[in-house]
Design a protein around this ligand. Structure first.
Ligand code: MG
Length: 383
């Protein structure tokens, strides 16, 4: 039995995690939930799973919840609440699926408390991959990937050292604007928020869906892979695979390739992270190849999607630059969703902020957070 804390329990990954736990009641016990503002769903999850502690972002809502739940469950709030949950003495593993940068401090707190972490929030490794992986090594804890691509690579690597790897191939659906004839670059400024929110193969949160349309999502994943698997950016590459059946691949030095495949369903990588190193029976995911038909692959178009080049540069340079890319992108995406900038301007804003940044190498957490704050201000100015 594993005791699991879920930070971000009411979001897309969080609700899938709850489903996985419901599939495997003899394996997984949910002992803590943290949510943003969705107190109704948190209450429902709490009544069903009876965790020992929960937390909400908003202190007033947490107060109401405390009144409703009584003494049955500890109720915390805010950033402090996240830290309380991340370090619960009973926890074996902390799954972090909070949008934005709020997951970083709880991730480090969990590691320092000796917990394995399952990472769904990309920001944690993009911003502070060097620190997070070093701390995890020092504390002897695992950093497990929840992202489908990184889970795929982790499964294919199966403990092989990076010296045996020629290349890690992250697959990308290509997003809704992949087709060059339907969406030539000239038409990119006409892209509406509604179009960009229609993802061809995955149902996800809003920020990540826009990131999939610009391919920044894949760029962030390249940087994540660089840290998670301790491999230089030159050996991390992207292949567009619109069917999203091959979740990623490892090309080994002998020329052999291993891929992990399935019908897209986030419950699979979540379950693998929570039950690793075991494989546990589940009927949830079934893959029917004749039904899916052809699997196709193509090179990403970095002219139409320069985000990949920006991410490669950020990953190569390292230091505070990935945090700057991430923060500027967050602000630019928000501005796009609020119709303040157009679609190509998301990438232009990120490039401009990156160009203006003075990189700090091997930064401390404080320097990373300072770079993040700086980039947000610069991006807002650029808007
Ligand atoms: Mg992904």
């Amino acid at each position: 039995m594993k005791n699991v804390v879920v930070l971000g329990s009411t979001g897309s990954i969080g609700t899938s995690t709850v489903k996985v736990a419901e599939d495997l009641p003899e394996r997984i016990r949910l002992i803590g939930f943290a949510a943003g503002n969705n107190s109704e769903l948190l209450l429902e999850q709490t009544r069903k799973h009876r965790p020992m502690a929960v937390s909400l972002s908003d202190a007033a809502k947490a107060g109401e919840l405390r009144g409703t739940l009584g003494a049955k469950c500890e109720v915390y709030s805010g950033a402090e609440g996240l830290l309380k949950l991340a370090t619960m003495p009973e926890a074996d593993i902390v799954l972090i699926a909070i949008v934005g940068t709020a997951g970083l401090q709880p991730a480090l707190a969990a590691i320092r408390a000796g917990k394995d972490i399952a990472v769904a929030s990309k920001e944690i490794l993009v911003m502070a991959g060097e620190i997070v992986m070093r701390e995890a090594r020092e504390h002897g804890v695992k950093v497990l990937a929840v992202d489908s691509e990184h889970s795929a690579i982790f499964q294919c690597l199966d403990g092989k050292p990076t010296e045996s790897v020629r290349k890690l191939w992250l697959t990308a659906s290509g997003g809704p604007f992949r087709d060059k004839s339907a969406w030539p670059q000239e038409k990119f400024s006409d892209i509406t928020v509604e179009c960009a929110l229609k993802h061809p193969s995955w149902v996800m949160g809003r920020k990540i869906t826009i990131d999939s349309a610009t391919l920044f999502n894949k760029g962030l994943e390249m940087i994540e892979a660089r840290w998670l698997f301790d491999i230089e950016m030159a050996r991390v590459d992207v292949l567009v695979h619109p069917q999203s059946i091959v979740h990623s691949m490892v090309e080994f030095v002998d020329g052999s390739l291993l891929a992990q495949l399935s019908t897209p369903d986030m419950c699979l990588p979540i379950q693998y992270a929570l039950t690793y190193p075991e494989r546990v029976a589940s009927g949830r995911v079934q893959t029917n190849f004749p039904k899916h038909g052809n699997l196709t692959f193509e090179e990403p178009d970095t002219e139409r999607f320069p985000s990949l080049k920006l991410a490669r540069r950020a990953g190569d340079v390292g230091g505070t630059l990935p945090a700057v890319l991430n923060a500027a992108n967050e602000v630019a995406v928000e501005a796009f969703v609020n119709r303040k900038v157009n679609f190509p301007q998301i990438t232009l804003i990120v490039a401009r902020v990156m160009d203006a940044h003075k990189v700090v190498s091997h930064p401390t957490l404080e320097q990373i957070l300072a770079a993040d704050a700086w980039a947000r201000i610069e991006a807002a100015k650029a808007i």
